[in-house]
Ligand binder design. Structure first.
Ligand SMILES: *[C@@H]1O[C@H](CO)[C@@H](O)[C@H](O)[C@H]1NC(C)=O
Ligand SMILES: *[C@@H]1O[C@H](CO)[C@@H](O)[C@H](O)[C@H]1NC(C)=O
Ligand SMILES: *[C@@H]1O[C@H](CO)[C@@H](O)[C@H](O)[C@H]1NC(C)=O
Length: 407
């Protein structure tokens, strides 16, 4: 394996040069996967580990709780992808160990984490089974009735963000897929029941980092000359607002919009921008702060425009900075270095083999170049649910947003 290990960086760098990815690929993994998938055509790979039996691995406590809402629908990027990209031709994939090694099944599922994502924890709080990926299930209404996860790693608010990694399902396409799901619900249960189900279900939207990682910070199409971060953020917020209005016309009424995490503290950028002593890259974090500010303002506008909808904005930046600052209190001894990867902060070469991973991820804040560990996702989910450690959500936590339904 040591021989392989030294070869990997070379292979990766060669590929980066060949297809001109400026080393920013968030999850470039096993280049030969791409070859295999192309050879196998785009057919879903049945041998790929699938999150099928997840509902069986739920802790018994969640089984005894009555669901607080009928379903949880998820739209987003690698922060919440639970297997979509296993079916796509892309470098952004998490279908090999060590990904998933601390998950319920201890198997990779396509989640960009050692364990669970925030929506896995939230599904449990809502009394629901873990939500299946849209491409990973059969398309039968019975399999989608408790929710569907459309999230795709590499996706951004802008259609082309992340496209240098290969295929992904963009934000707009994910909403199109939800439209299909809604139509299937109408066909199988009738319009009134379908509308009732959708309007009392929760929508969780977590997207936007790739518009920075793969678009703005890469200066695609000279974007930095054309748009200041402020105008770029206005542009993104307008796009998200439009999509939420589209969801509203499809009777969606309970929405959690996630802000962006401090990617200026992500191991990749700490390596790339030569951070000293693990200090976060302020220039990037400032843009993210502004993004969150603009999104939060947009949500306040939406609340006035859609008075019978409950939309809340959760600021992951705030929650994450609390974890980084008070890491000892949370049991994290390593704040800057990823658990898995190579190079300074383990941010230079992406996580592609179990040998690159640390022994115990629960001491780390970052799992790989861009993604937090299961331990961090659990804390963030607690904050979204009830503001347990940090009041991240404005004007209300998810628990309050769904209250009333349980009674
Ligand atoms: C962005 O790219 C354009 C050329 O495409 C260049 O003129 C400009 O200086 C770049 N901006 C930054 C901040 O690198
Ligand atoms: C959600 O919106 C409805 C309709 O406007 C409102 O009556 C209800 O109080 C809101 N729920 C919360 C938790 O704010
Ligand atoms: C990692 O460390 C935590 C905290 O000390 C411990 O509870 C857990 O069992 C460890 N996990 C492994 C896989 O060693």
């Amino acid at each position: 394996m040591s021989e392989k290990l030294t070869l990997f960086p070379l292979i990766i760098l060669t590929i980066i040069i060949i297809i001109n990815i400026p080393i920013q690929s968030s999850a470039l993994r096993y280049p030969h996967d791409l070859v295999n998938i192309v050879a196998d055509s785009v057919e879903p790979q049945n041998d790929a580990p699938q999150p099928k039996s997840e509902s069986e691995t739920q802790e018994p406590s969640s089984k005894s709780l009555p669901p607080r809402v009928p379903a949880l629908f998820v739209i987003g990027d690698s922060s919440v992808d639970c297997g979509t990209n296993n079916y796509l031709i892309t470098f952004a994939r998490a279908d090999r160990l060590p990904y998933g090694r601390d998950f319920d099944t201890h198997q990779p599922t396509g989640r960009f984490c050692n364990g669970r994502t925030p929506v896995d924890y939230l599904a449990q709080y809502l009394g629901l089974p873990l939500v299946p990926s849209y491409l990973g299930q059969t398309g039968r209404v019975e399999d989608m009735i408790h929710g569907v996860n459309y999230a795709s790693a590499g996706a951004g608010i802008i259609f082309t963000s992340g496209s240098e990694l290969g295929q992904h399902i963009s934000f707009t396409q994910q909403i199109q897929q939800f439209t299909d799901t809604f139509q299937q619900f109408i066909l199988s249960m009738g319009e009134d029941t379908a509308i009732d189900l959708i309007s009392s279900s929760v929508f969780y939207i977590s997207i936007g980092t790739n518009d920075y990682i793969h678009y703005y910070l890469r200066n695609v199409s000279n974007i930095q000359m054309l748009y200041l971060p402020w105008n770029f953020n206005q542009f993104l917020a307008t796009a998200v607002k439009q999509e939420i209005q589209n969801l509203y016309t499809m009777n969606v009424r309970k929405i959690v919009l996630m802000g962006l995490p401090p990617i200026g503290c992500a191991p990749y950028y700490m390596w790339r921008y030569g951070s000293q002593d693990g200090k976060c890259i302020e220039m990037i974090n400032d843009m993210i702060l502004e993004f969150n500010f603009v999104m939060r303002y947009m949500v306040e506008e939406l609340r006035l425009e859609l008075p019978d909808a409950n939309v809340t904005f959760c600021d992951v930046f705030q929650g994450s900075m609390d974890i980084i600052k008070n890491h000892q209190r949370y049991g994290f001894s390593v704040t800057a270095d990823a658990c898995c990867g190579l190079g300074k902060y383990r941010g230079f070469i992406m996580c592609i083999s179990p040998e690159m991973a640390c022994r115990n991820a629960s001491y780390h804040i970052w799992w790989d170049q861009f993604h937090p560990t299961d331990a961090v996702n659990s804390i963030l989910a607690d904050n979204v649910w009830s503001g347990k450690h940090t009041n991240m959500c404005n004007p209300m936590n998810l628990k309050d947003l769904v209250a009333g339904k349980a009674e």
